[in-house]
Design a protein. Structure first.
Length: 142
């Protein structure tokens, strides 16, 4: 727990340094600082991992595959429901897009969609805002 607090403080310190040197608009600055407080280190770790290994995650069309790859990169098992909620939190904040990744069986909706010849699968990806947030907190230094 102490190690997590140290890393969380480092993220906040990096965000404050970035904020002081930034030319970004006030609303974006406020949002970035708010995200540091709202997101756990696990959220930040998952976001950073999705960004660093974007090419590999883009290949997967099922959340089960994304989950397995994430556990492999982190070298530890994470509860699948917790993982899904982290992705949902990141998507709600526009830090990632889940694209057309098929959900875990227990959360699948019964909604059907029409697929046309021209349809292409949209991969899970980190948004520009997500990349900016990682740079803002200097995630590579945490």
């Amino acid at each position: 727990m102490r190690n997590h607090q140290i890393q969380k403080r480092a993220a906040l310190r990096n965000a404050l340094v970035s904020s002081a040197a930034s030319t970004e608009e006030y609303d974006l600055e406020t949002r970035m600082l708010r995200y540091v407080g709202e997101l756990s280190l696990t959220h930040i770790s998952v976001l950073n991992m999705l960004n660093l290994h974007a090419d590999q995650f883009a290949l997967h069309e099922k959340l089960d595959q994304v989950y397995e790859k994430c556990c492999e990169f982190q070298q530890k098992e994470m509860d699948a429901v917790v993982f899904r909620s982290i992705l949902q939190d990141l998507e709600t904040r526009f830090l990632i897009t889940l694209g057309d990744v098929e959900d875990f069986d227990e959360f699948k909706s019964r909604q059907q969609s029409m697929v046309t010849e021209d349809s292409r699968v949209k991969p899970l990806s980190v948004t520009g805002l997500g990349k900016s947030f990682l740079a803002y907190i200097r995630a590579d230094q945490l």
